[in-house]
Write a protein that binds this ligand. Sequence first.
Ligand SMILES: Cc1ncc(COP(=O)(O)O)c(C=O)c1O
Length: 422
Amino acid sequence: MTVKTTVSSKDIDEAFLQLKDIVKETPLQKDHYLSQKYDCNVYLKREDLQWVRSFKLRGAYNAIVALNEHDQQNGITCASAGNHAQGVAYTASKLNLKAVIFMPVTTPLQKIDQVKFFGGNNAEVVLTGDTFDECLKEALVYTEDNKMNFIDPFNNIYTIAGQGTLAKEILEQSKDDAIQFDYLFAAIGGGGLISGVGTYFKAHSPQTSIIGVEPAGASSMYTSVVLENQVVTLPEIDKFVDGASVARVGEITFDISKNVVDDYIQVHEGAVCSTILDMYSKQAIIAEPAGALSVAALDQYQSEIKGKTVVCVVSGGNNDINRMKEIEERSLLFEEMKHYFILNFPQRPGALREFVNEVLGPKDDITKFEYLKKSSQNTGTVIIGIQLNNHKDLENLKANVDEFDKSNIYINENKMLYSLLI
Ligand SMILES: Cc1ncc(COP(=O)(O)O)c(C=O)c1O
């Protein structure tokens, strides 16, 4: 028997019928703020408003209903720290199947609670392994030992076809107004989303360029397809954009992406943070980092999209409120608004006032001031954080800090010191 390793637009039509009464038809909205900002027509496909607040329900449900009755009764497993786990849990509850969901021990409580909430009595959560890879290994051993069925988050043709159904929705929703998309932007993690969406668009809207967006610290599809022409494992990844931070894409998604993705963009994690904050304050949209990637990519495509019609898939909105502080910090660093120095500070009354008067501009602010070491002499080593009113003032600030203490250390560009101290 040959195993099917690709997906056609017909498979996506079939998945669409399977999912008809299961998933929410999420809105396709014209976004006036982004349209004005980039001088083009930007539409957002709001999968952050899906039942589990991400598109992942589509693929998980479609992959699970594709199992035969016997396999379904044996139960399902998955390994996921986030949205796929929620999709699997939701499906298990809907179809009354047993699910065992493996999550790394480090998974935030909010995500564990959501999985338990959606899965109810049908889902058991097993917390295991410090990293996703360790967790995955255990999940696979357990699946084998218990003759259950592992639901792959991306490298499964049914998962891919399920994700593709959102493309069919986009094209149906835009039909009445005869909207023709020049570009589609969507995030890539393991590649399930872009494979499904890209396949459907290539069949039904071939004039649309498909742009895959990855975090700069985890561009595994770009590296595999463009640089290496084979699936490679990235030795190290930045995990910040969880969901899209994947070290190794799938074999199936690699093959499909080669055919359906027209260009790849890597977005700096700090730019993703600025986009999350912008979407929240300007459009009242709560996007998680992976969900904001597609919108964050527009900056790099400004000249190409001018005057064109663009759709961005806002793929998820499970943003843990506890991460907001870090998101704001990363954004300020990226925008060159926040700067940290280590310097020798005189330990005497009035020294801080002098620093404020001589070093800072009238609208700059001290956001951190902490003695690292007080010496018995009259100076102490201080770490100081300064938020500028305008990023163009950085050169001036550095010159003033140099004047105050020639031996100061600017730590924004020193990754090691920065992660140790901030
Ligand atoms: C919100 C969100 N966007 C995008 C992705 C990437 O999807 P894929 O792994 O199918 O490429 C994920 C994956 O978990 C996700 O959760």
